[in-house]
Design a protein around this ligand. Structure first.
Ligand SMILES: [Fe+2]
Ligand SMILES: [Fe+2]
Length: 247
């Protein structure tokens, strides 16, 4: 029995692929590579958490085949929200779960249980610029209006994360794994509200995705920071091999 994670499948069985960078390299036939790796590594007793950006579809109809592909993967599937998941209105998560139970579990504003761990998940948010660079590529400024907007979204996501952890704690859980879609910090920060909550609740691991391509893989923390383990699990970073979170 193991717990695995991977993010950013960006499936597009029914929709035209918009991201140019996702037509070649690590992305070539990525859905086949992931399917093969899952078949090799994951069995019916395992749990697989997919950390957002599941589909390019703009609504449930356009995601039908993408979600069917996920449902056919081995093990229990838990999905969390990414910035591209237009089919998933956070406030209507209950309806999604009713429609897809028991094949898919959509995690938002609550928690799932794995052994004696509570798994909590929310999209998170980080300020992503634009940053202004000097001729040597050093950051000399950024869009402050966008930064202000980002702060509001961060506050909302922090509140969701805290509420989910409190819910699990009130039911007696003491061990937590946090799943975010966005990295826990932006590229300017060493700490953030998200790392603060992870430390406060003594989460063992924070798993995140969203960072694509060699140049973005080191946008945030990887490894141990203030007693919490941080792991990037975007699919192209992992080359479509699910990361084992827990045995
Ligand atoms: Fe993504
Ligand atoms: Fe994303």
């Amino acid at each position: 029995m193991s717990l695995y994670a991977l993010g950013d499948l960006h499936l597009h069985f029914q929709t035209e692929l918009k991201a140019i960078g996702q037509k070649s390299g690590a992305w070539r036939h990525h859905e086949q590579k992931f399917q093969k790796n899952c078949a090799k590594m994951i069995d019916a007793n395992d749990t697989l958490v997919l950390v957002g950006d599941h589909s390019w579809g703009k609504n449930l109809n356009e995601c039908e085949q993408d979600l069917a592909y996920i449902a056919d993967l081995p093990g229990r599937k838990i999905l969390t929200r990414g910035n591209h998941d237009m089919f998933w209105n956070a406030k209507k998560t209950r309806q999604l779960n009713e429609k897809f139970q028991p094949k898919l579990n959509f995690l938002q504003d609550g928690f799932e249980v794995y052994q004696d761990y509570a798994l909590v998940g929310t999209k998170g948010f980080t300020f992503e610029g634009p940053y202004y660079l000097d001729r040597r590529g050093r950051i000399i400024g950024w869009d402050e209006e966008k930064e202000e907007h980002a702060k509001k979204l961060v506050e909302r996501e922090l509140a969701r994360l805290r509420a989910s952890l409190e819910m699990a704690k009130n039911e007696g859980y003491q061990k937590f794994i946090i799943f975010l879609h966005y990295p826990p910090t932006n590229i300017l920060e060493e700490s953030s509200g998200f790392t603060g909550i992870a430390e406060e609740f003594r989460a063992e691991q924070v798993i995140y995705a969203h960072c694509h391509g060699e140049s973005r893989f080191h946008d945030s923390i990887q490894g141990e920071f203030h007693g919490v383990e941080y792991r990037l699990v975007s699919g192209d970073f992992l080359r479509w091999k699910p990361y084992k979170v827990l045995d």
